[in-house]
Design a binder for this molecule. Sequence first.
Ligand SMILES: *Cc1c(COP(=O)(O)O)cnc(C)c1O
Length: 387
Amino acid sequence: MTPDQLQPALAELDTQSLRRVRRVLDGPQGVRVTIDGKPYLSFSSNDYLGLANHPALADAASVTAASVGVGAGAAHLLTGHHRLHHELEAELAAFVGLPAALLFSTGYMASLGVLPALLDRHGEVFEDKLNHASLVDAAVLSRAKLTRYPHLDLVTLEQRLASSTAKVKLIATDTVFSMDGDLAPLVELQALAQRYDAWLYLDDAHGFGVLGERGEGALSQLEDRNDPRLIYLATLGKAVGVAGAFVGGSSELIEWLLNKARTYVFTTAQPPMLAAAVSASLRLIAVEGWRRAHLLELIERLKSGLAGLPWPLMHSNTPIQPVLVGSNAEALRLADALRAQGILLPAIRPPTVPPGEARLRISLSAAHSLADVDTLCAAFHALARHD
Ligand SMILES: *Cc1c(COP(=O)(O)O)cnc(C)c1O
């Protein structure tokens, strides 16, 4: 791309209904937001538990900022590793039942750090076709061979594992698929990883806080967490309501990563006040089970409320409830029509999803009321009648 190619390339994005625009948020993230100066009922954040604007988190952050300042000022391996980070890592490891954990600045950076720390061009990474972009980029950065298997197709995955001659193998998957809301079969994946002596990398960005009795995430499905092949990633900017990510696994794995993961070594530590906010959030996640129970109620209400529309809900039992539309232009048209009625929900288009599978991604939050869901369902039915 040269400078004079940018203008026509942007115009081409417009023709394909693929141009992205940013909307400016005033005030806090939540289910009622002010965007570009107008109020909306929003179904478009990943703040699944409604914690992003919780006073306990804001207090923890501001009290900590007042006592230790804002910036970490250095990388973790220099002087940026604050006691608050150190204690939070122990807390996170215990929360998910793994021996050790390491904090990263974002989930994207965590994956970009972990895969290249474990694999080189002699390795092979096996990924579900619908994995998050960060997992694909991480594999590319590692220079390992990248093999993608059809969504949830463990038969194909096993064939590829069986025929691989790579010295180091790694299976990477989203636990909850971010644009579909469905779940990966973790028990079966762990069995394959054990049979073929592969690492199993689980990206639980949308499961941590939401799944499991205490919000401990997708690992709640696994009996055997003492598996040295297990690498667990959770992000802290979604259900946790803060920012950042952590990787959990064996003590040896974590020790190796803190030495070798370049996105850990060569970056400034997160502000310690965020570690304090995460810690406050973990307490709420563990004890306020009503948030998860309420989400389940909202999911049921939405499913029955949207029945009979020309656009089907995809198969999901998580707070990610996508309405499949098909064409980019139609998805945009529906999102615009809902926005005109004060409802905000994003049209997800390629390359985020496969061509021809544009969708409206409803994301539910414990901060929604049943009446909010009813409002959304009524708006969809009104759109269907006008078609
Ligand atoms: C959001 C997301 C990430 C990236 O996490 P950040 O902390 O936002 O960088 C990684 N994987 C999945 C599946 C995600 O949805």
